[in-house]
Design a protein around this ligand. Structure first.
Ligand code: ADP
Length: 397
């Protein structure tokens, strides 16, 4: 029995978290005629600017979360940080949490995720939970020596909470950070990778799955900078394997909504899972303009247990470039001022701005270009993003 039978008319869907992902979910919800009830961190955050029915409050507070989901049959998320016990109680009482708490823990805790994926036979980097620098040394000796990668099991994002360490002494920083945050340290072999890939699937509670083409993501300073769809020159077998991994993980963990599986393509031709995200993901933004059904619409269809839309590409190549807040010039403050130039230069360009104040390095929007020729599409997308950040001025025209 779906949480909300279609015969009852459009549901009210609660979304916890008011970032750009919730904002773009709201955009898809408008098209579908579905109303969103938002729990936002502040009155002016990205999604709160566009969702009429917004409650401002703390997602860690059970009373607040209950108030936000009251009258909604389904709740979904902009981020993975709502405490598990709150979700367990809501789920038990009949508010469908999608994804549910049992699945979400694998996106919250890298130690739990590694253990489960390994048990499922999903290829991951060699890894171990470590208690002190001496254990890091012992782990390094087993995986061919330093450097190794250390990660806090919980709370990391955009490369924060990840350290590449050259010896035991350097490991102290990671243990200090983990202790301060009350979490553990996970050691991983430092993977020799050619590039990073991402495999996105949408999965509905009924078990229908839509798999997007595997994409290449280019990371800079731990932040996703660019995504190329599909990943250029990706071996067909590896592509199928990456999609299979994503479908296996979604099915075995019981994920509902979008699952993003971040992968390494190793220099010796394997794919290994790096991370999981159980929500729309930066590596799926390209699909808003480059696929028949964008990830935000498919996320909503999935969590509402509606049939999923086609994830097929519309054009041979789609390139998405993030607009990161810059400190290069006047445009970096007023992004709107970039429109006359980028729209005049490229009528096929698509721009998405998140309504966020501009701070250096902060994701404030993205641009998408698509077409037949990868080099040309890449140039168009990069040019537009650089124009918004102020890296390009009139003289570079
Ligand atoms: P976050 O949760 O902050 O996104 P990730 O686990 O994705 O952290 O790691 C951030 C980046 O660090 C990755 O995109 C990758 O470039 C690098 N990295 C992470 N794990 C490894 C590893 N085992 N080997 C090599 N590089 C890694």
């Amino acid at each position: 029995m779906p949480a909300h039978p279609a015969t009852d008319g459009p549901p009210r869907l609660a979304v916890i978290g008011g970032g750009q992902l919730a904002r773009m979910m709201a955009q898809a919800a408008v098209g579908l005629g579905v109303e969103i009830r938002l729990l936002a961190e502040g009155p002016d955050v990205s999604a709160a600017q566009v969702v009429r029915d917004t409650l401002v409050g703390d997602y860690r507070d059970e009373v607040t979360v209950r108030e936000a989901v009251a009258g909604c049959s389904v709740v979904t998320f902009d981020h993975e940080h709502v405490p598990t016990p709150i979700l367990e109680r809501l789920d038990a009482e009949g508010t469908a949490c999608r994804p549910g708490p049992a699945a979400l823990v694998h996106a919250q805790d890298k130690g739990v995720m590694r253990e489960r994926l390994t048990a499922l036979g999903v290829p991951c980097p060699a890894h171990r939970l470590v208690a002190d620098p001496a254990e890091v040394g012992a782990f390094a000796a087993e995986v061919g020596g330093f450097p190794v990668v250390l990660k806090t099991t919980r709370g990391g994002y955009d490369g924060k909470g990840v350290w590449v360490v050259a010896d035991e002494a350097a490991a102290v920083t990671a243990f200090d950070a983990a202790e301060a945050a009350g979490v553990q340290v996970l050691a991983e072999e430092k993977v020799d990778f050619r590039r990073e890939l991402s495999a996105l699937v949408a999965r509905s509670p009924s078990g229908q799955v839509a798999a997007y083409p595997v994409v290449e993501s280019v990371q800079r300073d731990g932040i996703c900078a660019e995504v190329i769809a599909p990943a250029p020159d990706l071996d067909e077998e590896l592509s199928v394997q990456a999609q299979r991994i994503a479908m296996t993980v979604a099915g075995e963990l019981g994920v509902t909504g979008i699952l993003a599986v971040e992968l390494f393509e190793t220099t010796d031709g394997r794919v290994l899972v790096n991370e999981l995200a159980m929500r729309p993901h930066n590596t799926g933004h390209w699909a808003m303009d480059g696929a028949v059904t964008g990830q935000f619409e498919n996320h909503l269809r999935a969590v509402l247990d509606l049939p999923l839309g086609s994830p097929a590409t519309r054009q041979p190549w789609t390139v998405m470039v993030n607009i990161l807040g810059g400190d290069h010039g006047p445009l970096s403050e007023n992004l709107y001022a970039g429109y006359p130039h980028v729209f005049a230069r490229d009528p096929r360009l698509k721009v998405h701005l998140y309504g966020k104040s501009v701070k250096p390095g902060r994701k404030v929007g993205h641009v998408t270009a698509y077409g037949d020729d990868l080099a040309e599409v890449t140039e168009r997308a990069r040019h537009a993003a650089a124009w918004f950040t102020g890296e390009l001025g009139e003289e570079s025209e």
